[in-house]
Structure formats: C-alpha cells, structure tokens
Design a protein around this ligand. Structure first.
Ligand code: 9MG
Length: 437
C-alpha cells in the first residue's frame, strides 16, 4: 500500500506562459491527493519549466522558503543558475530531465517527488499501475515517470540480457582487494589461492558481486603500474569466474587496458572510480558491453582530501554523474549498463559525505541504479571517533539507511553481516519477508 506523507506540502510550478492557466487544476490535484496546498504559484521563467515541491516541517522554516522562492518570480533576476542556487540553499534537490518527453526541463524537488520517482522506477515496490495513477493525479506524469523513460531500457537487440541481481533485491558487492598487504603467503608474496578462497567465501556469505581491485584508492595512495595491476587482478578474476557461478565479478580499475583484460577474463562490471575520465575507458565500456560503475570523485586519490570544495554537493555530484553518463551513452554505452555512485570519501569532507548519504534518493531520479560504498571509511571514523577497525556499527547504520533510501548496490567488506543488515532493512521497507533476501 502506498503511503503519501501527511499534509503540509507546497508546490511551486514554474511553467512556460502558455500553460499558465493550469494553476487551479494543480491545486485541485494537490487537494485530491490529501495534500494541503499552502500556496501554488505559476510563473513564467523564460523557457524553463521547473517543479518545486517540498515538505514543510515547520511554519517558520516554511516562511523563509516561501520568501526565497518568491524571489524566483522575476525572469531577469532568476535564470537557471539562480534557480538552482536557491534550491540548493533551501535544501531542495535538483533534478534535470535530459531525455524523454520532458527533456530540457529542470525540476527542483523535495521528498515526495523523488520518492514517487523512485517508486515508479523500482520494480515491485508498488504496482506500476498505482505509480502511474499517482503520477498522473499529481499532474507530473512526465516528471515522475521521467526516470523510467531515462532508466536503463534493454534494446530489442539485447534479448540475451539477464536481469541483474539489483533488480530483485539490494545487491551486496563484496570487496576483494588483491594488494600485497591483503593476502600474503606468509612471506612477501601474494597468495592467489587465499584471495580466490576469500572471494568464494563472500559468495557463500551472500555477495551478489565480487569487486576485485589491485590498486588501493585510499586517500594518499600511490598508483601502481598497469603491468602490476594486471598481474594482480587477472589470475584472480579467471579463477573466480570458474568457481562462483552466477555471481557477478567486478573489476575495480580506472585503467582501460586492465578493464578490457578483466572483462576478457570473465568480469561483468567495470568499477571506475574516476567516472570514465579516460576516453579510452568509455570505448572499452562500449566495446565490451560490460556494466560500468560511474563514480564521482573530485581530484585524484593522492590529493583528493586536501580541502574539497562544493557550492552544493548534491547538485554538483548529480550534474557531474549526469554528464559522465551522457558522454558514455554518446560513445555507445547502453544506458541499461550504467550504474552511478556518489563516491563517498572521494574528494569530500565529512559534511559532504553526510549530505550525499542523506540525499541518495535524489541521485535515483537520474534513472540509473545507484551504488554506495561507505565500508570502513573515514566519514564513519569522523562521526564516531573510532579507528578503522571499529567502524562496523557505523557501516551498518549507513547500509540500513542507504537501503531505506532505495539504493541498488552496497559495497562492503563485511559481507556476512551486511547481507543481514540489508535483508532486515528490506523486510521493514516491504513489511514482509523478502523472498531471496
Ligand atoms: C574502489 N572503491 C572504493 N570505494 C568505493 C566506492 O565508494 N564506490 C566504488 N564504486 N568503488 C569504490
């Protein structure tokens, strides 16, 4: 049963002049949804069409928001950039629709819009017919259904594509670092059997994906050569591919040659922490047809934590990911192969990370599956003031809330326990035991 949050919503619609007669209709729709339209404005702002919907928690806060939003009602003062700035300052989310019938519109949304967009996209969360009725009644049909039109759609010539694990449940991606300090043979050498054994163990613990990485991306980490990275990851991927059946293998690399060799060796996903910065990586993604994780990072691992700066971290990460995905699609990557990731800890201060974790739902309105990785990261250490060895509880909290926000994949070290955290969170969300959870 769908739940519409209780009353106290306000709607601001900025529409081209020709549809300005719709104010009354919008108000009625709000009322019919059981929402209290505190006010509804219709404004003309060049060709910009935007919907601002936000939840009013407190009267006082609402007054402030209303005043600031009113200032938008001036075509000279408020261009697109101003609108977005205002929206960010007000704590609203910025949603750009790049494709489909609403292409070119900008929507600035609060929780309900994002929530509905999510529901409309996530298979099985609510019946598609209910999502469509809700969207239609809000008069936001295209807006709300935009994610499904931009969402990964299999082409007719892609009949061989199997449903990925994240279409059934929140997928757990287990981290398999194959760096010299992770699996030692007791001396100075890396032990292949030990690394493969840990991969198999993670599958038994409930991992849907194993992410194999041969270069550390920790802040301050030095890069390794392509030859060395290939030497570390390829034998592990080959061995795992023959052992773990349907579980997907991901390669954590930003080097195109490593990605290509890994896919040839059996990997299904390219996990690129640089978000496809290298044009050749885009080509590899298109040629191989692998899934690609497009992660946001400001800077490079060696220096990324030196005073990262954003005006509005959610909007900037959102725009950056949208642009990276658009570039990938233009180069031939199929949209349904893209996965986005806000890159927690990659060129972000603690508050940036917390804001992004709070606004994961906004990223989903881009229409791609969302991956999030917080495992043992400093955002947990900074909040709880604990060393890396004591971040389990903090990680569990981030995983549970991320599942609550509807993310598709969580990247973790502790597969066995986090699988349970995911399963319990999903049971609460759905109000029932989730099959195969
Ligand atoms: C390699 N790696 C480390 N942290 C990560 C994260 O948060 N996301 C992704 N995709 N990869 C990560």
């Amino acid at each position: 049963m769908t739940h519409i949050p209780e009353a106290h919503f306000s709607l601001l619609t900025v529409l081209p002049e020709d549809v300005a007669g719709q104010r009354e209709k919008l108000e009625k729709q709000l009322i019919s949804l059981g929402l209290l339209p505190m006010e509804a404005w219709l404004m003309s702002l060049r060709q910009l069409s935007a919907v601002v919907l936000w939840q009013r928690h407190q009267d006082q806060a609402y007054q402030g928001q209303a005043t600031a939003l009113n200032a938008l009602n001036h075509p000279e003062k408020a261009g697109l950039a101003d609108l977005l700035q205002f929206a960010c300052r007000l704590g609203l989310s910025v949603i750009r629709v790049n494709e489909g019938p609403s292409a070119g519109t900008v929507q600035v949304g609060g929780s309900l819009l994002s929530w509905m967009a999510l529901l409309a996209r996530r298979k099985g969360a609510i019946p598609a017919s209910v999502a469509a009725v809700l969207a239609g009644r809000l008069g936001l049909k295209h807006s709300v259904s935009a994610p499904s039109s931009t969402a990964p759609q299999a082409d007719a010539d892609d009949a061989d594509i199997e449903e990925p694990p994240w279409s059934r449940r929140t997928a757990v991606m287990g981290i398999l670092n194959v760096t010299p300090d992770s699996f030692s043979d007791g001396g100075h050498f890396f032990s292949l059997p030990q690394a493969v054994q840990r991969g198999v163990e993670m599958v038994e613990e409930g991992a849907d994906i194993i992410d194999v990485g041969g270069e550390s991306s920790r802040p301050g980490a030095e890069p390794v050569s392509e030859v060395e990275e290939l030497r570390r990851v390829i034998p592990v991927i080959k061995a795992l591919a023959g052992k773990i059946g349907k579980t997907l293998i991901s390669v954590d690399t930003y080097k195109p040659a490593v990605a290509k060799a890994a896919v040839d060796a059996g990997a299904h996903i390219i996990n690129d922490i640089t978000g496809l910065r290298d044009e050749r990586m885009v080509e590899v993604a298109a040629e191989t047809g692998a899934y690609v994780v497009v992660m946001h990072m400001q800077g490079i691992p060696r220096t990324m934590q030196h005073q990262p700066k954003y005006h509005c971290v959610t909007a900037e990460v959102y725009d950056w990911l949208a642009a990276a995905c658009a570039r990938a699609k233009a180069a031939g990557v199929k949209p349904h192969r893209l996965i986005i990731d806000p890159g927690i800890g990659f060129g972000k201060a603690t508050e940036h990370n917390l804001t992004l974790l709070q606004r994961l739902r906004d990223l989903q309105t881009l229409g791609y599956p969302v991956l999030v990785g917080t495992s043992r990261k400093s955002v947990i250490g900074n909040v709880l003031n604990v060393p890396v060895t004591e971040r389990w509880e903090g990680n569990a909290a981030t995983v549970a809330l991320a599942v609550g926000e509807g993310v598709d994949i969580v990247r973790v070290h502790d597969v066995k326990s986090m699988r349970k955290v995911v399963q319990m969170s999903e049971a609460i969300i759905h109000g029932r035991v989730v099959a195969g959870g």
